[in-house]
Ligand binder design. Structure first.
Ligand code: HEM
Length: 127
C-alpha cells in the first residue's frame, strides 16, 4: 500500500474522508445542516491544515478550535461524535495508506479530537 508522503496524498486522504463524512448519519448533518459548509473553501483549508501538521509546511494559519464553538452552541458536539469522526478518519487512512506518516496522522487526529471533545464539553458547562 502507499505511503502518505506528498501534498497530493493529503488531498486524496482529505477528499476521501469528507466524502465519507458527507454521507455519514452520525456527523454529516453538522457540515450540511448546522454549519452549511462551503466545500470549495473547507477542503483546501483542510489540505493545508494537514500539510502543516504532518509535513511542517506552514500553509495553514488559523485557529482550528475556534470554529467549532459556535457549532457546539447550536448542536452539542458530544464525545461520541468525536469518536465517530476518529473512526472515519482512521478507516480512510487504513484503507489507503501505510507507514509512519499514516500512523502519525491517526495519532495527531486522535489527540486533537480528544482535546476538542473536552473543550466542547467544558464550553457547554460554562453556559
Ligand atoms: C464531530 C467532529 C467534528 C465536526 C462535526 C466538525 C465540523 C466542522 C465544521 C462544520 C467546520 C467548518 C466550519 C465553517 O467553516 O463554518 C470545521 C472546520 C474545521 N475543522 Fe472540524 N469538526 C470536527 C472535528 C474536527 C477535528 C477532530 C479536527 C482536527 C483534527 C478538526 C479540524 C478542523 C479544521 C482545521 C477546520 C477549519 C478551521 C478554519 O476555518 O480555519 N475538526 N469542522
Amino acid at each position: 500500500m502507499k505511503k502518505l508522503e506528498s501534498r497530493q496524498d493529503i488531498e486524496d486522504l482529505v477528499n476521501g474522508f469528507y466524502a465519507k463524512v458527507q454521507k455519514d448519519e452520525t456527523i454529516g448533518f453538522f457540515f450540511s445542516d448546522v454549519a452549511k459548509v462551503d466545500w470549495s473553501h473547507h477542503l483546501p483549508k483542510m489540505y493545508s491544515f494537514w500539510e502543516t501538521l504532518l509535513f511542517g509546511q506552514i500553509s495553514y494559519k488559523g485557529n482550528p478550535m475556534a470554529v467549532h464553538f459556535p457549532i457546539n452552541s447550536e448542536v452539542p458536539m458530544e464525545k461520541f461524535h468525536f469518536d465517530h469522526w476518529i473512526k472515519l478518519w482512521t478507516e480512510t487512512i487504513e484503507e489507503n495508506f501505510t507507514g509512519e506518516m499514516a500512523d502519525l496522522a491517526i495519532y495527531k487526529a486522535r489527540n486533537i479530537a480528544n482535546l476538542m471533545a473536552h473543550k466542547m464539553e467544558m464550553a457547554r458547562k460554562m453556559k
